[in-house]
Design a protein around this ligand. Structure first.
Ligand code: PA5
Length: 552
């Protein structure tokens, strides 16, 4: 962890304002105070005219105050242009000031709160950070504050539209502890006894697991257990190739379907189960099949009862696209060797943080409000951006989450996703210069799992020696900063940045919850039921009719 020292420029969040100065939590967990005399070179009558609680600011470190154990910071020492760039574009009414006498008591307050603030910022170090300083427009948040508060109450009390499906909101606390222990044991069994796990599901019954496994293990993991996906397509080529690949190999199956009747999943499961039985026999196959489905209903549940497969439950009050933190996502994720309890812990911390009704301090709802603002200000596409190929599937998960939750009644932002810099060489032109219909939401991971340096080359025919010794994380970061500037300043494309320090089970659990909560708030702002998907059924009806299914 970087420790800031004298003359460093640091980034931090304003956590408190008193009449003698502003407290700041720096991005490395250190805490500091900007004395009123260091706020501006002009006369400062009211500190809140310069900084707001929750605002991200850049400050200069003047020194360390040993007695009170905090950094002395200066805002005025940071030049105006820099400050301009990170100004807060979210406008709220001024919060009421608490009058405190300006004497030694002030430092007592600092002493009393310092530990809490430090803990808070340390925790936040590995939590989600939002940066709304590149959204170009100024959003009047005050307009939304009351509405957000009302909707939050409905979410918490489970009384909004589609309230039968709000189980996910408290799941990180309510989840079945015994089932999680059982999942961990079964996952260990799978890891010790098989070479491949075939995850068989579609939509909400597969995207979350795939997103998490790619994000946490990478695309070319050296894990002994390989995870492959089936049941998400009718493609005969894909299914036949997977089956061929599985021939003669030791594989287990996790079939996932809430309804137990989804056609893609059912066909693939029928085929892969038949292959398994052929390879290991009826009895052994029963120990290699794990099912995740409804607790009582559906064809898959019936089959589990007959065959005695190990079964995990998708609760009634959680829909597919909100189910990644249930056995739907957690069992395959555990099989991949991920600590699922850490993931639930991250989700729980997110839950505690983001069920807060106060828009001024709830960044998850600020994100939802900014989306709503753009929807009503001529933007029709939200483009999720990552700079890591292993996060591409998170884009797929987000597309389903937002697309199926919001895209109804002729409303909603169209969710797209790109992986940069790869897609800068294909869609970059459109984003920069095409129809001005989109804004970008960057999902940023500050530290890569592994870093690698550009090597020296004597001939230097490629002209790359100017980058010799530079880390690729540095190159990737400069690509991101350059793109952000190009899109924001030249292309006038608003950008939101949602970042975590590193990609691990804890932060991913937190991110999943953050987006689900933001999505529910966004859909409710549009007065839409976030939890149904009436539009998905129409293609199925037509397909069943064409396939000659009875009753269609
Ligand atoms: O989010 C959803 O509801 C859908 O994507 C479903 O998860 C998907 O259709 C799979 O359904 P099931 O789990 O019933 O097989």
């Amino acid at each position: 962890m970087k420790i800031y020292k004298e003359n460093d420029i640091a980034i931090g969040k304003v956590t408190g304002i008193q009449n003698y100065g502003a407290f700041v939590s720096l991005d490395n967990g250190q805490t500091g105070l900007i004395h009123i005399s260091e706020i501006s070179s002009r006369f400062v009558k009211n500190i809140e005219d310069y900084v707001k609680i929750g605002e991200t600011i850049r400050v200069k470190v003047l020194g360390f105050e040993e007695k009170n154990n905090y950094l002395k910071l200066s805002l005025k020492a940071v030049n105006d242009r820099e400050r301009q760039q990170i100004k807060n574009p979210l406008s709220f009414n001024k919060p009421k000031r608490v009058k405190i006498r300006h004497d030694d008591k002030d430092f007592e307050i600092l002493r009393n709160h310092l530990d809490g603030w430090i803990n808070e910022s340390l925790e936040e170090n590995n939590m989600i950070k939002t940066d709304f300083t590149h959204i170009i427009d100024k959003v009047d948040m005050q307009n939304y504050a009351e509405k957000v508060k009302e909707i939050n109450k409905k979410i918490n009390e489970k009384t909004g539209l589609g309230n039968d499906f709000l189980g996910w909101t408290t799941w990180p606390e309510d989840y079945n502890k015994e089932e999680v222990e059982r999942m961990i044991k079964c996952a260990e069994y799978v890891r010790n006894n098989f070479d491949i796990l075939v995850v068989c599901g579609i939509g909400g019954s597969y995207l979350g697991a795939r997103a998490a496994i790619d994000a946490l293990k990478g695309l070319y993991s050296d894990d002994k257990l390989k995870i492959i996906y089936l049941g998400q397509t009718f493609s005969p080529t894909y299914i036949a190739q997977v089956m061929k690949y599985l021939e003669g190999k030791k594989f287990a199956i996790n079939v996932i379907s809430k309804s137990g009747t989804t056609t893609e999943t059912s066909i693939a499961f029928r085929l892969v189960r038949e292959l398994l039985i052929k390879q290991v026999g009826e009895e052994a196959s029963k120990k290699a099949i794990f099912a995740t489905t409804d607790k009582a209903r559906g064809a898959l549940k019936e089959l589990c009862n007959i065959e005695g497969y190990e079964t995990f439950i998708l609760p009634d009050d959680i829909g597919g696209r909100y189910s990644v933190l249930t056995a739907v996502g957690l069992f395959p994720i555990a099989c991949a060797g991920v600590d699922i309890k850490e993931m639930l812990k991250g989700a729980k911390d997110s839950m505690i943080k983001y069920n807060n009704p106060d828009l001024a301090t709830n960044e998850c709802y600020q994100y939802a409000v900014i989306r709503d603002y753009f929807y009503h200000h001529n933007k029709s596409v939200e483009l999720f951006v990552t700079y890591e190929p292993s996060l591409t599937q998170i884009g797929e998960w987000l597309k389903q989450l937002f697309g199926e939750s919001e895209g109804k009644e002729k409303k909603g932002l169209f969710p797209g996703s790109v992986t940069f810099s790869t897609d800068l060489h294909s869609l970059g032109q459109f984003i920069q210069d095409g129809s001005p219909i989109l804004f970008e939401t960057i999902i940023k991971v500050n530290k890569p799992f592994i870093d690698i340096e550009v090597p020296h080359d004597d001939a230097n025919l490629d002209g790359l020696n100017y980058l010799e010794g530079k880390k690729l994380s540095f190159v990737n970061e400069q690509a991101m900063q350059g793109t952000l500037k190009a899109h924001e300043e030249d292309g006038h494309v608003p950008n939101i940045i949602i970042s975590v320090d590193k990609m691990d089970a804890y932060s991913l659990g937190g991110l999943f919850y953050f987006f689900m909560r933001a999505c529910a708030m966004s859909a409710y702002l549009l007065e839409i039921n976030p939890f149904n998907q009436p539009g998905v059924e129409i293609y199925k009806k037509n397909m069943f009719h064409l396939l000659g299914k009875k009753g269609y």
